[in-house]
Design a protein around this ligand. Structure first.
Ligand code: UT7
Length: 333
């Protein structure tokens, strides 16, 4: 079933924000037993950005949203809704969307946070677009931000080398007929939750001295289980979306996969029979920024003029939950 929105809605501007501190693979090899060659060949990562301690998600999210507003040429007061996706909110409550609303001065907006880990940006895009199509809101600022450096355990080399910090944002609103989101397919499978999660800090296991000592406030990942599922679902899901809309791989101008591992991304591109030059890759510079990989990669593709009005674009993600999904768009500007 094609999931067509009831009105044409799309992205009309993008923005991003990264902290200035670059952490290379060689830097990591000085604090743990790893090396550049292992990280590069297994993942495609060369370096990542990490914030200085004391930096919250809102401090990257707000500038990313401001950049998107500036690129669109509108004021924050023209937003009706701010939707923030993150697994590393400033605080569990209030929502990071509230802080970002205040920082950018979005005086007419309501807002909330949405947690779907690495699939967060795509789920938020669909949520925002559906609300706009229904007519309840006119303009949404969608922000994907994660400060992964605050939840990685530097004693776990298999996981800690993978992640970076960053924020991406998009303005979502009505667009011309025939442009914007054409279709999407999103899924969850909660039985995969045990393979990628943070054990403590929620209602099930509140923070105690014991949970801190046991390092249960960090990411725990069974890498190969996640890898197997990510390869299968990202490739199948994006191919399904292309097939059911009657598009071939050579008609796709830009493929923006979640940047978790270059091997997962290559497998999805191969399944789409895509010219590798049409896949957006920035994992080498920024690593896995969780919900921020897709909006930042998209922003960089727009800046590099790799996508233009009318071009066919597929965004595809897989992450904790398990959550996954893809979105098919005709670029709107
Ligand atoms: O965004 C959320 C979704 N997350 C993902 O999609 C991540 C999916 N998983 C992966 O990308 C991969 O599973 C990893 C990159 C995490 C791991 O790659 P792998 O090829 O599955 O390696 P492995 O875990 O099987 O480890 C292979 C070897 C092990 O040594 P032995 O047991 O073979 O002697 C590890 O101890 O590599 C060792 N190793 C390392 N060596 C140097 C693990 N981490 C490191 C490291 N540096 N950082």
């Amino acid at each position: 079933m094609n999931r067509r929105l009831s009105a044409p809605v799309g992205i009309t501007a993008t923005g991003q924000c990264f902290p200035p501190k670059v952490v290379t693979n060689d830097d990591l090899s000085k604090i743990m037993e790893t090396n550049d060659e292992w990280i590069r060949t297994r993942t495609g990562i060369r370096e990542r950005r990490w914030v200085e301690p004391g930096t919250g998600a809102s401090q990257l999210g707000a500038p990313a949203l401001q950049m998107a507003l500036d690129n669109r040429g509108i004021k924050a007061s023209e937003l009706d809704l701010i939707l923030v996706t993150t697994v590393t909110p400033d605080t569990l409550f209030p929502a990071t969307a509230c802080r970002i609303q205040d920082m950018v001065g979005a005086s007419n907006a309501f807002g909330f946070d949405l947690n779907a880990a690495c699939s967060g940006f795509l789920y938020a895009l669909t949520t925002a677009a559906s609300l706009v199509a229904a007519g309840g809101v006119r303009r949404v600022g969608v922000v994907g931000v994660d400060i992964m450096s605050t939840i990685i355990n530097l004693e776990d080399r298999a996981t800690s080398v993978l992640f970076g910090d960053g924020a991406g944002a998009a303005i979502v609103e009505r667009v011309e007929d025939g442009l914007g989101i054409l279709d999407f397919e999103h899924k969850v499978d909660g039985s995969g939750g045990c393979f990628l999660f943070m054990p403590a800090g929620g209602s099930l296991k509140p923070a105690t001295a014991e949970t801190v000592a046991a390092k249960e406030h960090y990411i725990h990942q069974a890498g190969s289980e996640v890898f197997k599922n990510a390869v299968r679902e990202m490739a199948d899901n994006s191919k399904l979306l292309m097939d059911r809309n009657g598009f071939r791989g050579d008609e796709l101008k830009l493929f923006v996969p979640h940047q978790a591992n270059i091997r997962i991304m290559d497998a999805a591109a191969k399944r789409l029979e895509l010219d590798p030059a049409r896949m957006m890759v920035n994992i080498d510079r920024y690593a896995n920024t969780t919900t921020a990989t897709i909006p930042t990669a998209l922003h960089q593709a727009v800046e590099a003029k790799r996508v233009e009005k009318g071009d066919l674009v597929v965004l595809s993600a897989f992450g904790a939950g398990f959550t996954w999904g893809s979105t098919l768009l005709r670029w709107a500007y």
